[in-house]
Design a protein around this ligand. Structure first.
Ligand code: OOG
Ligand code: MG
Length: 255
């Protein structure tokens, strides 16, 4: 018998205490479905401490991300209220194991999505779109993981920053992105890197998340996935991402 509860507790404690853990032993041979069950149970422990669900994140929706991490399948994770970082705010480096930042865009939903939608249908459910940065932090040593490992670890998600909300009826298929650290451009990209159109990440969320038995609720945020590779973060850095036509979003890394 695989002890999914024990794995959930281990992943939750690793995240909660910012302590790296070894990868899940290969002998356990965790399936993808079991890994999502571990993710769900580990997030449930966080919800018991008082956080609430605010959305989902998609992962590995761009080739740059797949290549950087060596994982070639789309994944998703839960976003909880305690992960939200204010735009212009400061994160505490001490609360993470080895944080990285990646430029994304985020959607907020005006309608509940409880089944698989086409891109056009999914975009109809969108209230607004915003430039966003995800702070990822694998709880595994050396930021190394297999597909089931990263799924069990809530898809490395640990923080998200949302910029200004913009009208949803503009074309977001190919907007330039510049991510800067301390005013120096470190990553250049385009929203087109996200599955050719970031709306596809939302359609994919409707498929994968509802298949897992969870609906996407009105008011929830959906992060479309990193458009470029993620960059390591260090104390004192100021990170900013600017998305053409949408605006900018940023934060500072404190101790
Ligand atoms: C896994 C999470 C992937 C994305 O945007 O592609 C992700 C990781 O890279 O650690 O968040
Ligand atoms: Mg991401």
């Amino acid at each position: 018998m695989k002890d999914l509860d024990a794995l959930a507790k281990r992943q939750d404690e690793a995240a909660h205490t910012a302590t790296a853990v070894p990868q899940i032993p290969a002998e356990i041979d965790l399936t993808e479905a079991e890994a999502y069950e571990v993710q769900k149970r580990s997030v449930a422990r966080r919800l018991e401490r008082g956080a609430h669900m605010v959305g989902v994140k998609m992962g590995f929706t761009s080739r740059a991300k797949m290549r950087q991490m060596g994982v070639h399948e789309m994944i998703w994770g839960h976003l909880t209220s305690d992960m939200r970082v204010e735009d212009g705010g400061t994160i505490s480096r001490a609360r993470y194991v080895h944080p990285r930042a990646e430029p994304e865009i985020a959607y907020v939903l005006k309608k509940r999505i409880d089944g698989e939608l086409s891109v056009a249908e999914a975009m109809n459910a969108v209230e607004a779109v915003a430039p966003a940065i995800e702070v990822i932090d694998s709880r595994y040593e050396n930021f190394k993981f297999s597909l089931p490992d990263v799924i069990a670890d809530n898809a490395s998600s640990s923080g998200f920053v949302l910029g200004p909300w913009c009208r949803p009826d503009q074309d977001v298929s190919n907007l330039g992105i510049v991510m800067e650290i301390d005013g120096r451009a470190v990553k250049l990209g385009s929203t087109a890197a996200i599955l050719g159109h970031p709306g596809r990440a939302l359609a994919a969320a409707s498929r994968l998340v509802t298949r897992a038995g969870l609906a996407l609720e009105a008011g929830w945020v959906v992060m479309a996935g990193g458009a470029t590779e993620a960059v390591h973060l260090q104390v004192g850095q100021h990170v900013r991402s600017t998305v053409e036509a949408l605006g900018r979003v940023g934060f500072t890394v404190g101790e």
